[in-house]
Design a protein around this ligand. Structure first.
Ligand code: C2O
Ligand code: CU
Ligand code: CU
Length: 510
């Protein structure tokens, strides 16, 4: 295992001297493997360079899988502030155990914000201070993070900022950021996977004047869809691999836990009745480890208008939308393209059998539609790599540490006592992320733009992201500017089992 944390200070226009990289931004798969010290293995005939690196595993249900498209799509409750003053809205979310019916006829114990899964949706406003008090009525500590939030460090949900049972914490969100589809979820060190699996996640939608001025579908035609996979025991409980199941039980799933039931807003393969009109679907992949490639069947266009960090510059018509854990895409589907009575499935092209299904729309009636998709949605500034003052490398690999296999960044496991990078406030940096197997990488605080992935520069206008999927043996270069707050934040893999097995790194904005 090589350990490298190179920091290059510009003005340095000399070609990169990292072995195996080419000048500029490109890196091939072979070069990426060489960088990881896997180059030799790659040349062995018939042998995968990554053989032995654990991949996500299906945890099979013992309960019979429910019939698809038998239950209506639930919409998460919208939270009401308990207090509002001139500058601030105050919310409280109480984390508590509850029993809910997910599979018809079975009771499933969950841990939810307000006892719900998903938790209540918070609808907030850009620039309006929002305070969320999280009260822990569970039997274990929790941490709540607002994913995509531009948040001061003391409210960001650093993985060791525990809220103990019986106590609460006020999270202050200034929301000096664009309209976007955010979400909140548990972030407790070493326990995020099981705590999110059991239900601790919900939507947090930020609106602003720019977005509101657009004629996009709204009201009941603006539908948040939290997509995740879960498995069920015969008694309705949701199993999750743990040490207590015996030696090696947790390690067997260190590549990630996949469920065999796809839930949308907490319901298995639900259906939604729609008008022949445009709908805005806010797609969120809240799964622990499953990646989706979503497409309409029998065919149709998903017009993407937004990404993790809000509106795109211009709409992007797509046949399929790929979402790794943590990623969001706002898309518009025009059901006027179908006839009354048609059934339109949202399918997962990466899933097999039942896991290829997600949700089914039933086109119910003709209706008036005043919405439109403007050709220009927003202005998105392009961050210029020539302005980057520092380039850093982060390698996401599995590795052995004190006799245990775990997930490492630059050869090291997460340690809350160690700071791995110190970007300066206001500084533009390029971070070069390299993978062994696939890793969805998420950066707190600072939204970023992708400069290149696998050596290819994305075409079209720039977009703001906070999570990016590194495919197997790939290098992705991102550019970001650290603004707003000084303090400690994390960079981590959003495969929650990887995250819990230490694939996380602290950076401190100074
Ligand atoms: Cu959605 Cu640091 O997490
Ligand atoms: Cu985050
Ligand atoms: Cu990972």
């Amino acid at each position: 295992m090589t350990i490298r944390a190179t920091t290059r200070t510009t003005p340095d226009t000399t070609p990169d001297t990292t072995p195996g990289t080419t000048p500029g931004m490109a890196m091939t798969r072979r070069q990426a493997l060489r960088l990881l010290g896997l180059g030799a293995a790659l040349s062995l005939p018939g042998c995968s360079a990554l053989a032995g690196t654990p991949l996500p595993q299906l945890l099979a249900s013992k309960a019979p899988l429910p019939a698809p498209y038998a239950v209506p799509l639930p919409l998460p409750a919208v939270a009401e502030p308990y207090r509002t003053d001139a500058g601030t809205d105050y919310y409280e979310l109480v984390q508590r155990p509850a029993e809910v019916e997910i599979l018809p006829g079975l009771r499933t114990p969950i841990r939810g914000y307000d006892g719900r899964f998903p938790g209540p949706t918070i609808r907030a406003r850009s620039g309006r201070r929002t305070v969320v008090r999280v009260t822990n009525r569970l039997d274990a500590p929790t941490v709540t993070h607002l994913h995509g939030g531009h948040t001061p460090p003391e409210s960001d949900g650093y993985p060791t900022d525990l809220v103990q049972p019986g106590t609460h914490r006020d999270h202050v969100y200034p929301l000096e950021q664009r309209a976007a589809t955010l979400w909140y979820h548990d972030h407790r060190m070493d326990h995020t996977g099981p705590q999110v699996w059991r239900g601790l996640a919900g939507f947090f939608l930020v609106g602003d004047d720019e977005e509101e001025a657009l004629p996009l579908p709204s009201g009941e035609r603006d539908v948040p869809l939290l997509i995740c996979d879960r498995s069920f025991n015969a008694d309705g409980t949701m199993p999750y691999p743990s040490r207590h199941d015996g030696p090696g039980a947790r390690e067997a799933f260190m590549g990630g836990v996949l469920g065999d039931v796809i839930l949308v807003n907490g319901a298995p393969w639900p259906w939604l009745g729609v008008d022949r009109a445009r709908y805005r679907l806010r797609l969120l992949n809240a799964s622990n480890a499953r990646t989706y490639e979503l497409a309409l069947s029998p065919g149709g266009v998903l017009t993407q208008i937004g990404s993790d960090g809000g509106l795109l510059a211009a709409p992007r018509p797509l046949r399929q939308v790929r979402l790794a854990p943590g990623e969001r895409a706002d898309v518009i589907v025009d059901f006027a393209a179908y006839r009354v009575g048609d059934r339109v499935e949202l399918r997962n092209l990466l899933g097999e059998g039942p896991q290829a299904r997600v949700l089914r729309f039933t086109v119910e009636r003709d209706a008036r539609d005043d919405s439109a998709i403007p050709a220009t949605l927003s202005r998105v500034e392009r961050l210029d790599p020539a302005k980057a003052e520092v380039t850093r490398d982060f390698e996401f690999t599995s590795g052995s540490l004190h006799g245990h296999t775990g997930w490492l960044i630059n050869g090291r496991p997460f340690d809350a006592a160690r700071v791995d990078a110190r970007p300066k406030l206001g500084q533009v940096e390029v971070w070069r992320l390299t993978s062994d197997v696939a890793h969805p990488v998420h950066l707190h605080l600072a939204p970023f733009q992708v400069l290149s992935a696998g050596g290819e520069r994305p075409g079209g206008p720039p977009e703001w992201k906070d999570t990016v999927e590194l495919r197997e043996a790939q290098t992705v270069e991102i550019i970001t500017r650290f603004t707003g707050y000084r303090g400690r934040y994390v960079l981590h893999c959003h495969n929650l089992e990887h995250e819990d097995m230490a694939m996380m790194s602290t950076f401190e904005v100074i």
